[in-house]
Design a protein around this ligand. Structure first.
Ligand code: SF4
Ligand code: SF4
Length: 478
């Protein structure tokens, strides 16, 4: 009886090791594949030993028993006090440090893309922040946030053209971002002439599933709804895309009360080439997807008789990560990205503000904060050393977080001519959402021990440092 029980247990472990090796091969994880195969080989030999060496059966039974008892410890749930369960407000510092709202004029992109040397806005901004002028001017001279696009791959034109063409779609749609029922009607080929009908009355419980299903049908991979916390709105406008210079420095209007927050998942094989051009092509493509989804959604709200504002790459009034946390899409990670359910940081975020009453979602605890405290993978792989390595977060502008050095990060973008994405690619939460990784995410949500143990196991199995994968054939650069 003992022989059969031991053999059965050993066989289950052997099959799991083989499955793990197979999955790792699909993902191009050479080290993990070798570990899986070595484990399978070991359990094959152990199976023979169980059958032919009776003396090892009793000690082995004890060993397997201890392994099972230890696995049972994984069932102990975490305490229900995670910061993320309070939504983005959970990241406000517990001491009395005042929260300082974000000003879009200070965002590196806005400074480098929109302040034209010699213009009144350029002069006004650097009068307010002379300490930023020298470094910004140097970056501008090198070509702006992406420097010479695709330079890491010799500016390979097919890939660079893919990234530039994808980024064109938000450009085309951004001026339509702000919708009110009158303007929605006026812009439409199909609108009836005459007075705008009153808002279509619908119970929030009925409207919410329609909005979510419509967003998913349009291509969203994750959708959540939150009540908008005005703290996460930019204070002043800094990004100018359509020559509306009179807008620069204007106060951003009070946000609408609800937001539909949307995440699109980036292809893991494209991201795995980071910091090379396929990764930035995938970013551009996803920014285009987000602009498409949020533009249609905001226009839909307009046709329903409500106001709406599309938040995408060519029109942001709000910070997307806190909105996504509040909408229950994920948690804030060490590298400043959202760690989203199912996809980790391998997502791009968008939203639509609206005054149509909807049912908000609850924030979630994925176990990311505790995981990040021990993992450090993104910080150790970051080519510009921009991600903090301290185990604990620090307080900055009234927020408790790991503060990225965005100037150093953008300097690296300018050097390689892509948006890098290494910290996104290396993150264990970015692994494809299937088989063993699904089980890992399931346990992280539910187990206190998994949050302590798994970061170390991940480092052991996959290695600590990032190695870019080869691109798929059609994206291969010379
Ligand atoms: S994008 Fe690249 S340079 Fe910037 S923080 Fe991430 S890994 Fe570092
Ligand atoms: S790589 Fe590790 S430390 Fe960085 S965000 Fe992902 S889980 Fe957190």
């Amino acid at each position: 009886m003992l022989t059969w029980l031991l053999s059965l247990f050993n066989l289950v472990v052997l099959i799991m090791a083989l499955l793990f090796a197979h999955e790792s091969r699909r993902e191009g994880e050479v080290r993990a594949q070798k570990i899986g195969l070595a484990g399978a080989g070991f359990h094959f030999l152990l199976g023979l030993a169980i059958l032919f060496l009776p003396g090892i059966r009793t000690p082995l039974a004890w060993l397997f028993g201890i392994m099972l008892a230890f696995s049972a410890l994984l069932l102990i749930p975490p305490r229900k006090t995670a910061r993320s369960l309070k939504g983005a407000a959970g990241y406000l510092a517990a001491d009395d440090s005042p929260f300082v709202p974000f000003d879009e004029r200070d965002i590196s992109f806005a400074r480098n893309r929109c302040l034209i040397p010699g213009s009144a806005q350029y002069e006004a901004y650097y009068r307010m922040h002379p300490e930023r002028k020298e470094r910004d001017d140097q970056r501008r001279e090198k070509g702006g946030p992406l420097g010479r696009p695709g330079s890491i791959d010799g500016g390979y034109r097919p890939n660079v053209s893919m990234l530039v063409s994808s980024f064109e779609l938000p450009n085309m749609l951004g001026s339509k971002a702000r919708v009110d029922p009158d303007s929605a009607g006026a812009q439409s080929t199909y609108a009836a002439r005459g007075e705008t009908p009153p808002p279509f009355s619908m119970e929030p419980e009925k409207a919410t599933p329609i909005v979510k299903a419509w967003a998913r049908h349009l291509g969203a991979d994750l959708v959540g709804i939150c009540k908008v916390d005005p703290r996460w709105a930019y204070s002043h406008k800094g990004e100018i895309h359509y020559g509306e210079w009179e807008e620069w420095g204007r106060e951003i209007p009070e946000p609408l009360p609800y937001a539909v927050v949307v995440a699109t998942a980036m292809d893991s094989e494209m991201v795995a080439t980071a910091p090379h051009t396929p990764a930035v092509v995938e970013s551009g493509y996803n920014y285009a997807r987000g602009a498409y989804i949020t533009t249609i959604l905001s226009q839909w709200f307009g046709r329903m008789g409500y106001r709406a504002v599309a938040e995408h790459n060519r029109h942001y009034d709000m910070l997307m990560v806190p909105l996504a946390v509040d909408a229950g899409l994920g948690e804030l990670g060490r590298q400043g990205y959202l760690i989203a359910d199912k996809f980790g940081p391998r997502v791009r975020l968008f939203a639509v503000q609206t005054d149509m009453p909807l049912v908000p979602d609850m924030p979630v605890d994925l176990g990311a904060e505790k995981f990040c405290e021990r993992c450090l993978k993104c910080a150790e792989s970051c080519p510009s050393r921009s991600i903090p390595r301290e185990r604990r977060k620090t307080v900055e502008r009234g927020l408790l977080r790991w503060k990225l050095n965005d100037d150093d990060c953008f300097d690296y973008w300018g050097k390689v001519g892509t948006d890098c994405c290494v910290c996104m690619a290396v993150c264990p939460f970015s692994r494809p959402y299937r088989s063993i990784h699904k089980l890992v995410r399931y346990l992280l949500r539910r187990s206190a021990l998994a949050r302590i143990l798994f970061p170390h196991l991940d480092n052991l199995i996959y290695g600590r440092k990032w190695k870019p994968r080869k691109p798929t054939e059609w994206m291969a650069y010379p």
